[in-house]
Design a protein around this ligand. Structure first.
Ligand code: AMP
Length: 113
């Protein structure tokens, strides 16, 4: 059996996280190493390795994730923010459980590195 990812351990409450939103399908919590004044991660509870692994049958979940991102950003009082999902190691993915970064609270340059 493969080792649980750190995010699966957060879902299963085996390690702590600063959770700010949870429902049946999604979880949002503060990033442990924030890259902006506001840096939150939104994840599905379902174990999906990355965007590349999303299936057609996940379309309802994908919609829920987007709505959750929007609601969480609103809950955090963000008007302007960036949403990022690093897909694959060379794109910067380090945790292989699908997640969306919400970054805000400062000016964000473009293009990102
Ligand atoms: P990525 O590099 O796109 O896969 O993003 C993984 C993110 O997870 C990084 O921004 C990490 O700082 C964050 N992270 C890793 N471990 C934890 C943890 N235990 N709690 C919260 N965030 C974490």
């Amino acid at each position: 059996m493969t080792e649980k990812t750190i995010f699966k351990k957060i879902i299963d409450r085996q390690i702590p996280a600063e959770i700010i939103f949870e429902d049946q399908h999604c979880l949002a919590f503060h990033d442990v190493s924030p890259q902006a004044p506001v840096h939150v991660l939104v994840i599905p509870k379902k174990e999906i390795r990355s965007l590349a692994e999303l299936q057609g049958s996940d379309s309802e979940l994908a919609g829920r994730l987007l709505i959750t991102i929007s609601k969480v950003a609103e809950q955090l009082g963000l008007n302007d923010y960036r949403v990022i999902s690093n897909c694959g190691e060379s794109a910067g993915q380090s945790v292989f459980h699908l997640h969306f970064h919400i970054l805000g609270g400062r000016d964000l340059s473009w293009p990102p590195g």
